[in-house]
Design a protein around this ligand. Sequence first.
Ligand SMILES: Nc1nc2c(ncn2[C@@H]2O[C@H](COP(=O)(O)OP(=O)(O)OP(=O)(O)O)[C@@H](O)[C@H]2O)c(=O)[nH]1
Ligand SMILES: [Mg+2]
Length: 199
Amino acid sequence: MATVDHSRKQILAKVVWYGTSGSGKTSSLQHIRETTSSPAERRKPLDTRAAGPEGVYEHYTLTVSEQRGYRTRLGIFTVPGAPRFAEARRVILEGVDAVVFVADARPDRQQANKAALDELRTHLDSYDVPLERLGFVVQCTFIDAPDALPVADVVTPLLADRADAAAIPVVGTVPVRGQGVLDTAHQVARQILKLVPPG
Ligand SMILES: Nc1nc2c(ncn2[C@@H]2O[C@H](COP(=O)(O)OP(=O)(O)OP(=O)(O)O)[C@@H](O)[C@H]2O)c(=O)[nH]1
Ligand SMILES: [Mg+2]
């Protein structure tokens, strides 16, 4: 649950960038950091943590200022996407407030996208947290790939079982160029603000 300090007008929330291997999660976090941190911070290496042999995930805190007068500090985590890090992904999800689901637009990644979303639900079940109760944004990546599917064709099947599908923000992005990444972060900050009861 996001922490809200109404007197200081500050919200603290945990956001996990979740999705299949090679879909652009780390590239997204790198872009967010490069464009929002101070020059001194940028000189330090990205906060990278071990998730088991060879697996890594990253962390960065992004401050989004002045939404309805609140400053939102997003503690962002990526997950390592390879199948063998399933348990590491489950652990990283503990206490999450919002998920950015990264859906790869390349045709041969569609089954992997679906498997990642199914796994996300299973992991959240282990914490008794329905995905519907969290902030949720879909970041479609690789829209620059020569064979990329249209964003709607990637996302519609993934959201078919959600009654609120029309209200879920969907952003088409190219993380390696930074395209659409900050928009994704702002969308998720907005989703978190909606979960916060007025002070
Ligand atoms: N063309 C293109 N390349 C991308 C895009 N997003 C990421 N890449 C590249 O794809 C590769 C994988 O990207 P990462 O950001 O490491 O993927 P990840 O989701 O963190 O992967 P895991 O950590 O294995 O789960 C890198 O070489 C990126 O430069 C994109 O939208 N378009
Ligand atoms: Mg990564």
